[in-house]
Design a protein around this ligand. Structure first.
Ligand code: HAM
Length: 415
């Protein structure tokens, strides 16, 4: 019997895992410097948490959720994204009673039953951030600046910051009206889903991936022409702050994002090197969602980074992150092997990476040390045990010497 992983999911193992760990550690460092704290929400939630927030007529809710009934007959969904669970936690645990802003980051797997292709998976990982309680555009600018610093910390360049404002509940009805007018004589060119969306949620037509719908959208009114004065001044102030922070951006008025909860600022960071799935990170404001979940009116903004896409970009830049094994301990003879085990244990207590030779001739052990790219070999035989010393050899340049066992830790920590 041969078992394979499911379609659209991935195993992540060495050496790639080291790139993943580097990305996670950069996120931890950068987000912590901006006062974000980690929040771990469950991977499963009741289904309505996602249908209500992401929106009934979005692709995610209509087609892509992993939803099942649990043994008690409740409808459960594997999270397709991380914002809704964080908002659920924020409201359920009354985190709005803590001083504002409350800022969280999270990471972990998300699940969407999409058609797998390059950069698109059914189980994929996001690192996300969510900040609650500040409505000013300064926070939008700070969040975008944090994202830029994170990407720069990883050495990623040539990325585009695409921005839009999709208005609020005050100005959006005007824009919807304009969309209905625009599509009213083009309904026959739209896919069946979009024909339905026309009646329920015309904004979603702008996000449809079907070719004929994309064609029909040409010349569609843009949302930025319909912003109310508050949304417009929010957007203008954000743009001037970004210029102050030296963040280059592109305004993309046709970017509406695939989730319904957004208000005002939306953004995507895209790369030309990723093919069709070009967004490495995306997010925006969602100033109404906390209230919709039963909390007090609370502004919020966040983004999520796609781990697979970030790591693909790093690999394309030839990034190798492979920690080098420090010490290979070659012991000759039964007594030396036992003594070697004790020496290795002491070095590991000092966080030195040690591999044991597990017997065989010195020659075969040296070959193995070479194959696994050890930095040093230490050699331990009967004579060395008697003298309380070991021989060491540095494989990169062949230099060698002897050192008392008691000074080994100090020796390797310095090298
Ligand atoms: P999203 O645009 O659906 O937004 O996803 C964010 C990022 O996750 C994308 O830009 C992409 O890098 C990655 N991603 C999404 N779907 C897949 C997939 N099937 N395979 C691989 N990577 C994928 C959200 O999820 C929002 N929760 C972001 C947010 C946070 N907005 C506010 N706060």
């Amino acid at each position: 019997m041969k078992y394979n992983a499911l379609k659209g999911v991935q195993d992540i193992f060495p050496p790639d895992i080291y790139i993943w760990q580097e990305v996670e550690s950069a996120a931890n460092d950068v987000f912590s410097a901006y006062g974000f704290q980690e929040l771990r929400a469950p991977i499963i939630e009741t289904t309505d948490i996602f249908t209500r927030s992401i929106g009934e007529t979005t692709d995610i809710v209509e087609k892509e959720m992993y939803t099942f009934s649990d043994k008690a007959g409740r409808s459960i969904t594997l999270r397709p994204e991380g914002t809704a669970p964080v908002v659920r936690c924020y409201v359920e645990k009354h985190l709005y009673n803590l001083p504002s802003p409350q800022k969280f980051f999270y990471s972990g797997p998300m699940f969407r039953y999409e058609r797998p292709q390059k950069g698109r998976f059914r189980q994929f990982y996001q690192i996300g951030v969510e900040a609650f309680g500040v409505s000013e555009p300064k926070l939008d600018a700070e969040i975008l600046s944090m994202l830029r610093l994170f990407l720069e910390r990883l050495g990623l360049k040539g990325l585009n910051f695409e921005l839009n404002s999709i208005g609020c509940e005050k100005c959006r009805p005007d824009y919807k009206k304009a969309l209905l007018e625009f599509f009213s004589d083009k309904l026959n060119n739209l896919c069946p889903d979009c024909k339905r969306r026309y009646n329920y949620n015309p904004l979603r037509i702008l996000d449809c991936k079907v070719d004929t719908c994309a064609e029909t959208r040409k010349g569609v009114p843009v949302v930025t022409d319909y912003l109310c004065s508050e949304c417009k001044s929010h957007f203008d102030e954000l743009l001037s702050l970004l210029r102050l922070l030296n963040i280059s951006y592109i305004i993309n008025p046709s970017m509406v994002r695939g989730l319904d909860y957004y208000t005002r600022t939306t953004f995507e960071v895209t790369s030309e090197h990723l093919g069709a799935q070009k967004a490495v990170a995306a997010g925006g404001r969602y100033d109404r969602l906390v209230e919709e979940f039963g909390g007090p009116p609370t502004s919020a903004i966040g983004f999520a980074i796609g781990m697979e896409r970030i790591t693909a970009l790093l690999k394309a830049q030839d990034r190798h992150v492979i920690p080098s094994l420090t010490v290979f301990l070659a012991a000759i003879g039964h007594r030396a092997e036992t003594e070697g085990l004790l020496i290795a244990e002491r070095l590991r207590e000092d966080n030195i990476w040690v591999e044991l030779g597990y017997g065989g001739s010195l020659k075969s052990q040296m070959r193995r040390a070479d194959r696994i790219s050890a930095s040093y070999v230490i050699i331990l035989g009967e004579d060395e045990i008697a003298a309380g010393r070991v021989k060491w050899k540095k494989l990169s340049d062949g230099s060698q010497g002897e050192i008392p066992v008691a000074r080994l830790s100090e020796f390797f920590r310095k090298t």
